[in-house]
Write a protein that binds this ligand. Sequence first.
Ligand code: E4P
Length: 216
Amino acid sequence: MKFFADTAEIDDIKELAATGLLDGVTTNPSLIAKSGRDFMEVTKEICGIVDGPVSAEVVALDHAGMMREAEVLRKIADNVCIKVPLTIEGLKTCKALTADGTMVNVTLCFSANQALLAAKAGATFVSPFVGRHDDNGFDGMDLISDIRLIYDNYAFETEILVASIRHGVHVLQAAKIGADVMTAPPAVIKGLFKHVLTEKGIEGFLADWAKTGQSI
Ligand code: E4P
């Protein structure tokens, strides 16, 4: 499963990229606002840090406007992935952009039928929001299972990008279902490295090593 960081914070992206485990980045207008940075500048900077796809979201609601904004965004770098909402206008834009080789992430997916439409529109990625789904009384992971089943039934190449991840259990469940990608806040990704028994084990080994009086 590919790991994307869901953030526009440069320091976090650099720290995760240094692990060699970061495959891409997703941003959205809220994350850009939180960063306090200029959209174009920060997106360019992120594209220079990671080799993989960096999602940059359009804000126009009509096809012509989305195409105009996508034209600006895709000039930032070769690894920019245009993010469009799961609407009729968004899917028209997805079809047009992917037809000429541009990566597209169809975002704000909340049903398996919407994911089916995104795949038919040729989306590179579809982003089902599991956390927001859970918040509203649905089971976000049931949605991921349904999309996996449908995509496998028809051998769709659209990658399932599990978004709105809130904790490590979401990551584990997404991996067990066979999602292609997960995008999570840096704190959630950093939390995956931790286990109390790993820390305790290191502590014990170091204490015993000190008793030997040896060095490597
Ligand atoms: C995905 O691309 C979105 O940016 C993101 O995962 C939304 O997560 P949230 O529900 O925590 O805002």
